[in-house]
Write a protein that binds this ligand. Structure first.
Ligand code: FEO
Length: 170
């Protein structure tokens, strides 16, 4: 059984992951609009990943016998100042999510909820990967200054990303 504080924190995280998914969907729409379909695809896959994260939390709360309480999702931005700005915003957002996950681990430790600590380990590792991936793309974008032939080629590469649901992997 989940303790009240742990349950509340997990419900907050479902909302945060749902917000993340819609933030990236909004970014995908923007990237399509500025003529970068490959980057838009990368961001769409990111949206699918975040949705799978939200669902992983949802299913965990249910599994532990807690009541999921969905909350309103705040309005996400709809425009940015180009592709570098988008990836800077993405990195900033992922750092924020890392903090949220760390706070959740803190609550699990405080509540002596060993099961939740074990469950959260997957997200701790996932955040390391998320930040590294975004940092790599951002570094490349800065190298080519977000334009010219480089951006055209990078956009083609981004087109190849596909969604693989890693939340169910054992
Ligand atoms: Fe669900 Fe990108 O963190």
């Amino acid at each position: 059984m989940l303790k009240e504080k742990m349950l509340a924190a997990l419900n907050e995280q479902i909302n945060a992951e749902q917000y993340s998914s819609l933030l990236y969907l909004s970014m995908s729409a923007y990237l399509n609009d500025i003529g970068l379909p490959g980057f838009a695809n990368w961001m769409y896959v990111q949206y699918q990943e975040e949705l799978s994260h939200a669902n992983k939390f949802f299913n965990y709360v249910v599994e532990r016998g807690g009541k999921v309480e969905l909350k309103a999702i705040k309005q996400m931005p709809t425009s940015w100042e180009g592709v570098i700005d988008i990836y800077e915003a993405t990195l900033e957002h992922e750092r924020l999510v890392t903090n949220l996950i760390n706070n959740l681990v803190d609550v699990a430790i405080e509540e002596r909820d060993h099961a939740a600590q074990s469950f959260l380990r997957w997200f701790v590792d996932e955040q390391v990967e998320e930040e590294a991936n975004v940092t790599e793309i951002l570094d490349t974008l800065k190298l080519i200054n977000g334009q010219g032939n480089g951006i055209f080629m990078l956009d083609r590469e981004m087109r190849t990303r596909t969604f693989v649901d890693s939340t169910t992997a054992v």
